[in-house]
Design a protein around this ligand. Sequence first.
Ligand SMILES: Nc1ncnc2c1ncn2[C@@H]1O[C@H](COP(=O)(O)OP(=O)(O)O)[C@@H](O)[C@H]1O
Ligand SMILES: [Mg+2]
Length: 271
Amino acid sequence: MKVGFYNIQGGTGKTTVAANFAYIVSQSTKTIFIDCDIYGGTSSIIFNLEDKEHNLASYLAGESVLEDIIYTYDDLSVIPSDMSSKVFAYKIDVSRLDHLLDTIEDEYDIIVYDFPPNITEDNPLLTYVGESELINKVIIVGEDSLPSIVNSLKTMELVKDLNIPTIGIIVNKYRGIVDLEDIIDDVIGVLPYDQKVERQWVESLPIAKLKTKFSKELQLLSKDIAKIYLEKDLASLRALKLAKTIYGLHEDEEEKEEEFSFNLNEKFKLE
Ligand SMILES: Nc1ncnc2c1ncn2[C@@H]1O[C@H](COP(=O)(O)OP(=O)(O)O)[C@@H](O)[C@H]1O
Ligand SMILES: [Mg+2]
């Protein structure tokens, strides 16, 4: 499963959801997180990799080799972006991502991309329109506000035009503002507004490591996404075994899970 988190709008929680999703699934599945927000990436703060001179930008500029840009955070492999202004001087060649992917693809069951919000040439999501196998699923992270929902639906259309399948929209920072009934067909999950999420930047850790309302709900949602897509994507015994491992990890939470995965399973039964 190669899944990217995206929205044409910034600040909706793409990095928060992508980084924590990757962290959660890495506890049971071999996972790599790639910060593709070349100029504005912030995931390095969450994974305590802010000062790394070897990163995605230096690799895409031909200044670093692949082995040097892959770090580990607990069980998760991470390719960070450059947090320094040095990145503006690099001559980035996004097509080098092909080689990167070719080399790592067989090693990981889940590859998670955190995309920048813009729609310029340097956005790997848009550069790899259709013909590339860089990615096979996009999840749109939108905020609970009318303008953001408009942008999320617009983003869905854009991604569909690129011939990349979307899993759907995660409505993040939910405070009961938008009537989800109106967009329910596109929504795969809802994550609460939770001030404690800010602690990830201050304490330099994935918020999923702390017991918060947000973490609990993202745990359940991540499990559902991984389970459904590993089963769907990789029709092999190995995938099934992995899916079962993820499933088994949270068996005691089965009842609670049903509440949260309100329309996710229904949705895929229908398709
Ligand atoms: N569920 C949430 N509740 C409260 N704040 C959140 C939530 N999700 C994200 N945030 C905050 O919103 C801001 C933007 O999040 P970020 O993940 O950087 O978004 P993006 O990658 O889309 O720009 C950050 O300060 C982050 O801590
Ligand atoms: Mg971001």
